[in-house]
Design a protein. Structure first.
Length: 391
């Protein structure tokens, strides 16, 4: 790879243009030199890339220091002298440091590319590739050829190769061509996929699926015999048409659906998922049990609620907690007659308080009278249990 890039640079092509035209680098965008020359965009990369200065000069097509590549150790000279006997005449001799710098330049450009595609000019350039289907289409049948986007499962180089993200089924796939198996997924990162569709919410992700199925039609015994002979194929046709289509009368009455959730339109919210987009295996027309060894597995990954309001967890949380979007408590506003009812209820409340207060006073007076009577009986020598007449 480095030999091709070094030979092409001799013909006047830039290093970046040459890197992006290499077979297997079709997913990369051409990073502008203005973006690379800004030191703020390269913060933290110096500690991750060996030969950082020399690699940066190679990317920007700056003439390197001749002393750096001309310094060859004595051990390398002895080894190269032995290799020169096997090499054909006229082939230039290169030091190991040059190959290491070329490898570091590829790593540095990939890490810069991860940051560039999240910027405004970079994500716009990736949009043009996405609309032109440079990244391919989803291999899933129910996605109907939805366009995919290259993403990474990790931001650390050397962990995982590049994957393809499908916004229709919300799943990732391995690129079908083996030439992309050498592309590091960290060169695209984990942020680019979600940020791309949040930046362009107007994109039509889902491709409308033709709801025309070929039903089994037959009249007479001849058609019945054909159905018996081709029972497997006909049963599959019936099962696929019965599971793929849902009559409008069977759909439940749903509450008003939102137009968007977290900045994503409902039409672009996983259009390839749902009850109508799950394959149901059948054998001669009979559904395979989930407990069977060959039964369906992990169907919950393809499910989507019919009521989209269930996915809006933020609004559900605000309703339960009684707060608005800023976290402030929401004051409940009553109807017009609510205040009048409250005013009418005020006298009743005060009257009840008065009624409760009156018995308390009477009970106190009775207690005082009992004490006086007890004192009188004690003075007169009578027992406290005797009844004393008033007067």
């Amino acid at each position: 790879m480095s030999t091709d890039m070094s030979s092409s640079s001799q013909f006047g092509e830039s290093w970046i243009r040459t890197f992006c035209t290499i077979l297997g680098h079709e997913y990369f965008a051409e990073v502008s030199e203005d973006f690379i020359e800004d030191d703020f965009n390269l913060t933290g990369l110096q500690s991750q890339v060996p030969f950082y200065k020399e690699a940066l000069e190679m990317i920007l097509d700056v003439e390197p220091d001749s002393d750096f590549y001309n310094e060859v150790d004595e051990d390398e000279e002895e080894e190269e002298d032995e290799d020169d006997e096997e090499k054909p005449a006229g082939e230039p001799r290169r030091s190991r440091d040059y190959d290491m710098v070329a490898h570091s330049a590829e790593l540095l450009y990939g890490l810069i590319h991860q940051r560039y595609i999240t910027s405004r000019p970079g994500i716009q350039q990736m949009l043009e590739k996405y609309e032109a289907k440079h990244f391919g289409q989803c291999p899933r049948v129910y996605c109907n050829g939805a366009k995919v986007l290259p993403v990474g499962c990790s931001d650390t180089p050397g962990v995982e190769v590049v994957k393809l993200f499908c916004p229709s089924c919300m799943d990732i796939y391995t690129p079908p061509n083996s030439r992309f198996q050498t592309v590091d997924g960290a060169f695209f990162g984990t942020t680019f996929g979600c940020l791309f569709f949040m930046t362009f919410p107007e994109l039509d992700i889902g491709v409308p699926r033709s709801e025309t199925a070929a039903p089994v039609q037959g009249n007479g015994s001849a058609n019945q015999n054909n159905n018996d002979v081709d029972g497997a194929s006909n049963s599959r046709t019936v099962s696929s048409s019965s599971t793929a289509l849902t009559p409008a009368s069977s759909k439940p009455n749903l509450p008003p659906q939102p137009t968007s959730i977290n900045g994503v339109t409902v039409a672009n919210l996983a259009p390839g998922l749902g009850a109508d987009s799950i394959y149901e295996p059948r054998i001669y027309g009979f559904r395979v049990s989930e407990r069977a060894r060959t039964g369906p597995r992990m169907q919950w990954l393809r499910m989507k609620p019919a009521d989209i309001n269930e996915l809006d967890e933020a609004s559900r949380y605000r309703e339960q907690m009684g707060v608005d979007e800023d976290g402030n408590p929401v004051e409940e506003v009553d109807d017009e007659g609510g205040e009048e009812d409250a005013d009418e209820g005020m006298p009743d409340a005060s009257a009840s308080q008065i009624q409760l207060a009156v018995p308390r006073r009477s009970s106190r007076r009775k207690d005082k009278s009992k004490k006086v009577n007890n004192n009188n009986t004690a003075v007169n020598g009578g027992s406290p249990m005797e009844v004393v007449d008033g007067g």
